[in-house]
Design a protein around this ligand. Structure first.
Ligand code: MN
Length: 415
């Protein structure tokens, strides 16, 4: 990795080092603009259009004066990759922005003073089910340990179409959903607030450039269409899910809210953290055969923070555990000619690792409520209570280089 240092101060352990350069959208006094972050400083990229930073790129004049990243992402990697590299160079010591004349401008803003908004105008949202450990755990609990994976699972990345209207920015309160459930032993369903509200530890990728109806994305071209990644909490009401999901899959148990982190970390940023995925056996069909390292070593953590602010870590997982990688997911999604569009979101499915401390949902961590988690104040959790905040973090780290995803937070309020 290149030896780089920013002229801006980066606190020890910060997610936002010079190697990261993620993209977000800020909002100030009715003005919205695309931004990035170094340490605790937000950099307004629209204000940078008045500097020589983007010289040579021929960017549309208002490309960063936008309420979302969509227009920028749609330019394609031929433009967005060099743009990010020029931003990175400008923020390095001796770079274009390392100049006293910019100190008192609106280019640099303290992170605490800036409100970030949902960075993507999200089109369609698809949720996969691509962690073998998660699918095995759920199949074991709800069906049959001997046949935990259904026959199709090892042959295709299972997924379903979710709902984009309820994807919200980190920090947005989540109201406990009401719904219909069938209590154990009852002969008719009841209506009321979910008693088994759960998180799902996921990552989501966003489509940068789309396709036309009828077109496919070959597995080896998939990365060209993937702009970057975010943290994703696919909130799930397990009691509602259990009653409603047969035969068409999740519906109201999932579509009441999903929480997404504010920064899109590009595939280029995490390039040094590529790793090989788990071996795939049986061999996949040729259209899903992806050569080379297609997984990424991204540490993931989940903590539950109670209403008094006391935190309990409940999971330490990793994106590298995914059985089906993003390229396979996108190739499969489009193999029938289904088109994708700029701003579409594809989530991984719950990312569980091989050990109980790496499971990605309370359903698995507490094994259907049989192994409660002890909170610092002595109370127990088998699912999420009102007033609890679920915080997901993600980061890559190697040879002194750290690239983080920020925080993905959601607090549960009463129904
Ligand atoms: Mn999910």
């Amino acid at each position: 990795m290149k030896n780089m240092e920013s002229f801006l101060f980066v606190p020890e352990g910060s997610d936002f080092t010079i190697w990261n350069i993620p993209f977000g959208v800020l909002e100030r006094k009715g003005y919205t603009a695309v931004c990035t972050r170094i340490g605790d400083v937000i950099v307004d990229l629209n204000q940078c259009m008045a500097t020589p930073l983007f010289d040579g790129l021929d960017l549309p004049g208002e490309i960063f004066l936008q309420p979302s990243l969509n227009a920028f992402m749609a330019l394609g990697k031929g433009v967005t990759v060099p743009a990010r590299e020029q931003i990175q160079a400008a923020l390095a010591k001796g770079g274009i922005l390392d100049n006293d004349i910019y100190k008192e401008t609106d280019i640099f803003l303290p992170a605490d003073d800036v409100k970030l908004r949902l960075p993507i105008d999200i089109g369609d949202y698809t949720d996969f089910y691509s962690s073998r450990e998660h699918a095995t755990n759920v199949g074991t609990m709800f069906r049959d340990p001997a046949n935990a994976l259904l026959p199709n699972w090892l042959h295709l990345p299972v997924g379903y179409h979710g709902r984009s209207s309820s994807i919200v920015m980190s920090g947005t309160p989540i109201r406990r959903p009401n719904g219909q459930t069938m209590p154990d032993g009852a002969d008719r369903p009841v209506f009321g607030p979910s008693k088994q509200l759960d998180f799902e530890l996921e990552m989501a990728f966003v489509i940068g450039t789309g396709t036309k109806l009828g077109q496919t994305i070959p597995v080896q071209n998939a990365e060209e269409h993937i702009f970057g990644l975010m943290l994703f909490n696919d909130w799930s009401a397990r009691d509602i899910q259990k009653w409603e999901y047969v035969p068409l899959g999740p519906f109201l148990a999932k579509n009441f809210a999903s929480t997404i982190s504010p920064w899109v970390v590009t595939l280029e940023a995490i390039e040094p953290f590529r790793v090989a995925g788990p071996g795939q056996s049986p061999e996949v069909l040729p259209y899903l055969a992806a050569d080379g390292k297609k997984n990424y070593d991204i540490h993931l953590s989940v903590e539950i923070i109670d209403a008094d602010g006391a935190s309990k870590p409940v999971s330490a997982s990793n994106f590298k555990y995914m059985y089906w990688n993003m390229c396979q997911q996108l190739a499969h999604h489009t193999v029938n000619g289904c088109n994708v569009r700029t701003g579409d979101i594809m989530a991984s499915g719950t990312i569980s690792g091989p050990t109980p401390d790496s499971y990605g949902s309370m359903l698995e961590i507490c094994w259907k409520g049989t192994k409660p988690v002890q909170m610092p104040n002595g109370t127990q959790r088998t699912f999420i209570q009102n007033g609890d905040t679920v915080r997901i973090r993600g980061w890559c780290s190697k040879e002194g280089v750290r690239i983080g995803f920020g925080e993905c937070d959601g607090t549960i309020t009463a129904d």
